[in-house]
Every structure is written in structure tokens, then in C-alpha cells.
Write a protein that binds this ligand. Structure first.
Ligand code: NAP
Length: 546
């Protein structure tokens, strides 16, 4: 058993590293535990071919240190996974964080001691850690969605999940199957198609994929953007989703509703966004996620681009999504649709030809053997709740977090849960982070947590817990904001729909950064009005008095 910590942090992704930086700065007795063999979180685990961020590098990084922003040079518009991993390592070194990090340490249980106001954490090797406060920075997209399939154990080839990519797989000259066509799948497919002898893509739901238009960032561009970092961040904080196309820094949009402009103007705006590339369509017009007719103009535009890019009309038709664009996560790819013009690539719609199971040589699909050397599962994540539920978290009365969420996820501000005192989540369920820059949300949350711990210390208290009625109110707000949007009209991981038996409930606060921070500040006002605060000593005093 270690000495008792003031703060235990679980997870060394960007959120956990930043929390650690803040806690070390405050000279707390803190330690960070990370299951992986390196810092970097998402960018440690997701090492699949083609993995790169689809938000522009200049924005997808920490904002807290102007010096770090100025010193670090991103090499490409969208950083590839190895560069993001280097950045995470640089941050750990630059800010002296390594000595506080314990790698290769998976926390498997976390149990709250109600009498002593302490968490006891247990690692996979049985080590026990006592901590007054515990921060779960376990990642919003970490726990893989595993595919259950008859006969998979008998399959003699290699199985690989994009979300936990194994080292040393050689795909060159191999017969490869990719299952899944979300953001991870489409990046993988474009790379694998270049080297596999044959690639079969098993698609259940097509994605809308916009060309990323990645390119190397030259010195001039970096200099210009660095000179405008303050403005860039300001625009980012004002934006709907925490990202915006930097090409439009001088002329930020959206300004109009889609049907307010003429068809010619609309097409010109869509053309400009198609040319800019990436996720810019989110901000092409103000009402794309609110008005189905407006949305349809955008969806139709992208559908026409798919027909242009794919030679075979039947394949283009299979690749064409019919649901509202942007309501499921938009994808940014490189040469994605063009891949299907290659002779070595096939697309199978598994709705028409279901995956029946695996055999030693490959998969049975639509009654036929699909022989393959490697199956890649790009099947996504048990988003937001999965990584937390992997830990056996027990709060008051031994109640598990799984039980707390059994009838649908519930948190206060994506940071705390009633009945789980002194347990904070970063980028947790019902925070904005699946639809707002998670690094900047984590920066805000780390500051909020720091101030909260300072308040407890100042007031001689040692325990904080969300009030159940405030948590219920928060969830109502999350659902009220989502209800009129087109997000609510499709099935997606934003609502947990991709995981069998996961209760359908909005997992994301869509109110944006400013409103989120204002809500969190309000909750902390007047001596943390939305929380119950207490101290072990006062409980003891009450007990004596009684
Ligand atoms: P995802 O978007 O959930 O996609 C999973 C894919 O697997 C879907 O096409 C899904 O089909 C399919 N699938 C799942 N189970 C299946 C089954 N049993 N049989 C056949 N198909 C199945 O997951 P993801 O691609 O990993 O992306 C998740 C999120 O991570 C993204 O939305 C994004 O926010 C983030 N991400 C970002 C980047 C980036 O920055 N570049 C890269 C990767 C991921 P259905 O839709 O029909 O279920």
C-alpha cells in the first residue's frame, strides 16, 4: 500500500496529463496511473494505419501554455498518430510530469470508504492505493466495441481492432477484411487499399466522408498562424463544435440559414467547404443540424460528390448515406471514395449479405466464404461510459457506477455523480467533449477541479458530492438541448445506440463551451450550491454529540 494520496488520476491521455500538470503545480500529493506503456491515451492505443486527427493540428493541442503553443511545430494540417504521441511525450517531459506517472498499471477497482472519505484503488497486480480524491481521465473513446461472432475462435488468421492496434502487423500483399466504416474504418481503408493484395470492406452504415485535404505545413504558414494564436483560440471558443476551418479564420461562418440563400449561393458555399476540406461542413450554415430541409441540401450536395468520385454506379449507391448529414459524426478522409475504383477493393453491404460467422479460412458472408488473412475490426467504442465501467467503481453503500447508469447515463456536468463523492470525471458522459474540443474541455475541467480542491482545503472540508436533484436537472438540460436537433433523429454512438443493451440516452451536452462553463461556474457559486460538502471530522463530531 502506498502512502495516502491527495489525488489519484487514472489515465495519461491529454486530459489526465493536464490534470497532473495542474495538481503538480499546486504541490499536491498526486500520482497518475496509466494502463498503457506510454502516455498519450487515444494516440497510444489507436495506432492503426492512417490514424490521424481530423481536427486541424493548430487547434487540436493544449491552449494553456502560450510558450508550448509557440515552440511546438506541427508538420501537417492534420497530425498523424506518431506525431501526436511525440507531442504527449514532449508535454510529459517539458512539464516534469514523468516522475508522477506510473505506467503499465491498470486500475481495476475503486471503492469509496464512507467513514474515512477515501477511495481505495486496486491495480491488476493487486497493489492498493489510498486517495482522498480520484479523477477518472479514462478517455471518451477508449473501450472497444467487441464483435461477437459465431466461430471466431476457429479463425486461423489475424484479428486486429483499430482501437487497440497490435504492434508489428504486416498488411502488405495480404487479403484483408475491414469491418466498419466510421472515422477509424475510413482512415484504415484508404491506407490498407494501397498495400493489401485484396481488401474487402464490410459496410453496415455508410458515412459521409469529406476530403480532409491534408498537407504539410510550411514555415510561413506556421509563423502566420502562431502570430494569430489568440484570435484562433477565441474563434475556437466561440465555435459550435470547438473546431472550425482555419482557412476561414478571416471570414468565419456560418452567417446564414441554408434556405435563406439562393441555390447558386448555397452551392458556392458548399463548393468552398468541399474545397476547404475536413469537418468544415458543420459550420457551412447555421441550421444544418436543426432543419431537415436545410440538412437535405447539404446531404444531397455530398451525395452528388460521391457519385462523381465512384466509377461504378451500384457501388456509389451502396456508399451513399440516406440519413441526415452531420447527425452522426462526419468523417474526413483521403482518397476514400476513390479506393472503390481500385481493382483490389470490394465493398459488401452486410445488410444485404450478412456476416454469418467465422471459419478457419475467413468469414462466411451472404452464404459465401470470404477467405482472408487478416480481419480488422473498426467497430468503434462503448463511448463515454465504457472506459469508466471497465473499472469496478463503488460509491456510497457499495453501489456501482454501472448500477447508477443502468437506466441511462446520469452525471452532473459530465464531472460528478450523486453517491460517488470525491470522484471526478474528465470528458465524462454528458459533458460537451464528444462534440466540443475535448482537450479544451479538459483544460477547463482541470481548472474547475483544482479550484474545488482548494475550496475544500480552505474550508476544512474533505468531501464533495453532486446533489441528486442537480444531477437530474443537468440531464434534463442535456436532453432538452438535444431534442430539437437532428442528432435526436438518428441512431448513433452519441446516444449509446451502437452498444447492445446500452440505454438510449444522449451522452453529450450540446450547449457549447461558453454555456457549459457558465453552468459549471453557477454550480460552484455560493459555496458549491449544487453539491453536498462535508468533513470526516464533522461527521465524527455529530456522532459524538448524538
Ligand atoms: P464508429 O464511428 O462507431 O464506427 C464503427 C463502425 O463499425 C460503424 O460503421 C458500424 O456500423 C460498424 N460496426 C460496428 N459493429 C458492427 C458489426 N457487428 N457488424 C458490422 N459493422 C459493425 O467508430 P470509429 O470509426 O472508431 O469512430 C468513433 C469516433 O471516434 C468517431 O466518431 C470520432 O469521434 C472518433 N475518431 C476520430 C478520428 C479522427 O480524429 N480522425 C479517427 C477515428 C475516430 P453501424 O454504424 O451500422 O453500427
Amino acid at each position: 500500500m502506498n502512502d495516502e494520496l491527495e489525488l489519484a488520476i487514472i489515465g495519461a491521455g491529454f486530459a489526465g496529463l493536464h490534470m497532473l500538470y495542474r495538481a503538480v503545480g499546486s504541490k499536491r500529493n498526486v500520482r497518475l496511473f496509466e494502463a498503457g506503456s506510454s502516455v498519450g491515451g487515444t494516440w497510444h492505443w489507436n495506432r492503426y494505419p492512417g490514424a490521424r486527427v481530423d481536427v486541424e493540428s493548430m487547434a487540436y493541442c493544449y491552449a494553456f501554455s502560450p510558450e508550448l503553443q509557440q515552440d511546438w511545430d506541427w508538420t501537417e494540417r492534420y497530425s498523424p498518430q506518431p506525431e501526436l504521441l511525440r507531442y504527449a511525450n514532449h508535454v510529459a517531459d517539458r512539464f516534469g510530469l514523468r516522475e508522477h506517472i506510473q505506467l503499465d498499471t491498470r486500475i481495476v477497482t475503486a471503492v469509496f470508504d464512507e467513514d474515512r472519505h477515501r477511495w481505495t484503488l486496486t491495480t491488476q497486480t493487486g497493489e492498493r492505493i489510498l486517495a482522498r480524491h480520484c479523477v477518472l481521465a479514462t478517455g471518451l473513446l477508449h473501450a472497444p466495441k467487441r464483435v461477437q461472432m459465431r466461430g471466431l475462435d476457429s479463425y486461423r488468421g489475424i484479428q486486429a481492432y483499430t482501437s487497440q492496434w497490435p504492434q508489428g502487423i504486416d498488411l502488405a500483399g495480404k487479403r484483408v477484411v475491414v469491418i466498419g466504416t466510421g472515422s477509424s474504418g475510413i482512415q484504415t481503408i484508404s491506407e490498407v487499399a494501397k498495400i493489401a493484395s485484396h481488401l474487402t470492406v464490410l459496410q453496415r452504415t455508410p458515412s459521409y466522408v469529406i476530403p480532409a485535404r491534408n498537407h504539410v505545413l510550411d514555415e510561413d504558414y506556421l509563423r502566420q498562424m502562431k502570430a494569430r494564436y489568440e484570435e484562433l483560440r477565441l474563434r475556437q471558443f466561440e465555435s459550435m463544435g470547438g473546431f472550425f476551418p482555419l482557412a476561414f479564420l478571416d471570414d468565419p461562418h456560418p452567417k446564414f440559414n441554408a434556405l435563406e440563400v439562393s441555390p447558386e449561393q448555397r452551392k458556392a458555399i458548399y463548393d468552398a467547404n468541399w474545397a476547404a476540406g475536413g469537418l468544415s461542413f458543420y459550420t457551412a450554415f447555421k441550421d444544418l443540424l436543426l432543419d431537415p430541409a436545410a440538412n437535405e441540401t447539404c446531404a444531397d450536395y455530398v451525395r452528388s460528390r460521391i457519385r462523381e468520385a465512384v466509377n461504378d454506379p451500384a457501388t456509389a449507391d451502396k456508399l451513399t448515406p440516406r440519413y441526415p448529414i452531420l447527425a452522426r459524426r462526419l468523417c474526413a478522409g483521403t482518397g476514400y471514395y476513390e479506393v472503390y475504383n481500385q481493382a483490389n477493393v470490394d465493398l459488401v453491404d452486410v445488410n444485404a449479405s450478412p456476416i454469418e460467422g467465422a471459419v478457419p479460412e475467413g468469414l462466411m458472408v451472404g452464404g459465401k466464404l470470404l477467405a482472408c488473412d487478416i480481419i480488422i475490426f473498426a467497430t468503434g467504442f462503448d463511448a463515454l461510459t465504457g472506459a469508466i465501467e471497465k473499472i469496478d467503481v463503488r460509491g456510497r453503500g457499495g453501489r456501482t457506477i454501472k448500477a447508477h447508469w443502468a437506466e441511462g447515463v446520469s452525471t452532473y456536468a459530465g464531472m460528478m455523480c450523486a453517491g460517488f463523492p470525491n470522484l471526478m470525471m474528465m470528458n465524462g458522459p454528458s459533458s460537451p467533449s464528444a462534440f466540443w474540443a475535448p482537450i479544451q474541455i479538459a483544460e477547463y475541467q482541470a481548472g474547475w477541479i483544482e479550484r474545488c480542491l482548494n475550496h475544500l482545503a480552505r474550508t476544512g472540508l474533505d468531501c464533495i458530492e453532486a446533489r441528486p436533484e442537480c444531477e437530474a436537472q443537468w440531464m434534463q438540460t442535456v436532453e432538452q438541448i438535444a431534442a430539437p436537433t437532428l442528432f435526436a433523429q438518428v441512431k448513433s454512438w452519441y446516444f449509446g445506440d451502437n452498444i447492445p443493451n446500452k440505454k438510449h440516452r444522449m451522452l453529450v451536452y450540446l450547449g457549447g463551451y461558453a454555456a457549459y462553463c457558465a453552468e459549471c461556474e453557477h454550480g460552484a457559486a455560493d459555496g458549491y450550491q449544487n453539491f453536498k460538502l462535508s468533513a470526516v471530522e464533522s461527521r465524527a463530531a455529530v456522532a459524538v454529540a448524538v
